[in-house]
Design a protein around this ligand. Structure first.
Ligand code: G3H
Ligand code: 13P
Ligand code: NA
Ligand code: ZN
Length: 328
């Protein structure tokens, strides 16, 4: 059944777990996410970006999601819009039947330029008023995602700020967060705490606290009633990088956020954990391997099934690690 983000995250907070929010663009991702949720009895957050809408087309995306709710009626599903760049974009998703939207006012409408605090408050508040009137939840964002090491936002072509970011921008300020939540009435708040989007998060194997865990604790202490969201939470599985490169890929050495670090975050108020890159890596690795090992195959269902299985394994592992399993 379709549920709002607020409903699901209130339950998660009450029972101390986190929910992975997987990006969805196509049938295979959708099936992988739902099959893993069914197998582990987990509630689901699927999220669609502007890129997903462009790729699949709005009607297909809408029916893909509806099909999932129809096939697995016993699983609570939040259908969330990822990184909305304006209240108008969020409004269109509400009209499409989404139960949650992200108004990312940390950036201007171009999705690249860091925005002023007042602009962020204005567009987020406007979205909350509209969404809440329809029973739809809103995620806001304060701070800009990027590497604490280099100040780079991460992905060159993807969602996120362009150019260098200051240390101030890279870590959400707890006082400002409290003021922001009060002014906007958002249901969930994405914070900047040392993660970045895409596969290239860290150049060296992460050891110890690579997340600004103290900052997460401070924010949670200041706004305990607000569900925290961590973007850029892919773990970049080394085993999948190895398979990709073994079968013709060329991905340089890179590291993601260790699952244990995410679990630390979940202990301190992180309830929604955004993951896209890990499923991309798993499906790429599975398809490369399948085609290399089955050179005469030309039935796409075979390599898409390999991709679905690989993604499903990751989803299942995250549901279990985040304490989400058994909570549907
Ligand atoms: O935050 C970005 C997500 O990974 C979605 O990526 O805009 O390429 O669909 P996308
Ligand atoms: P990753 O690139 O780490 O998977 O993050 C995805 C994300 O934050 C989507 O909003
Ligand atoms: Na989001
Ligand atoms: Zn994101």
């Amino acid at each position: 059944a379709l549920v709002s983000l607020r409903q699901l995250l209130d339950h998660a907070a009450e029972h101390d777990y986190g929910v992975p929010a997987f990006n969805v663009n196509n049938l295979e991702q959708m099936r992988a996410i739902m099959q893993a949720a069914d197998a582990t009895d987990s509630p689901v957050i699927v999220q669609a970006s502007a890129g997903a809408r462009k790729y699949a087309g709005a009607p297909f995306l809408r029916h893909l999601i509806q099909a999932a709710v129809e096939e697995w009626p016993h699983i609570p599903v939040v259908v969330h819009q990822d990184h909305g760049t304006s209240p108008a974009v969020c409004q269109r998703s509400i009209q499409l039947g989404f139960s949650s939207v992200m108004m990312d006012g940390s950036l201007l409408e171009d999705g690249k330029t860091p925005a002023e605090y007042d602009y962020n408050v204005k567009v987020t508040k406007q979205t909350v008023e509209m969404a809440h009137a329809c029973g739809v939840s809103v995620e806001g964002e304060l701070g800009c995602l990027g590497s604490l090491e280099t100040g780079e936002a991460g992905e060159e072509d993807g969602v996120g700020a362009e150019g260098k970011l200051s240390h101030e921008q890279l870590l959400t300020d707890p006082e400002e967060a409290a003021e922001f939540v009060k002014a906007t009435n958002v249901d969930a708040l994405a914070i900047a705490c040392g993660t970045s989007h895409g596969a290239y998060k860290f150049t060296r194997p992460p050891t110890g606290d690579i997340l600004a865990i103290d900052r997460i604790k401070e924010i949670h202490r200041r706004i305990p009633g607000t569900h925290l969201v961590m973007h850029g939470s892919s773990s970049v599985p080394q085993e999948w990088l190895k398979i990709i490169n073994e079968f013709g890929g060329e991905i340089p050495e890179t590291y993601g956020v260790p699952v244990e670090q995410i679990q630390e975050g979940i202990k301190h108020g992180v309830r929604k954990v955004n993951i896209d890159t890990d499923l991309r890596l798993a499906s790429t690795g599975a398809i490369r391997r399948h085609l290399a090992e089955n050179p005469s195959n030309f039935d796409p269902r075979k390599f898409f099934t390999a991709a679905t299985t690989a993604m499903e394994d990751i989803c299942r592992a995250r549901y279990e690690a985040f304490g989400c399993a058994g909570m549907a």
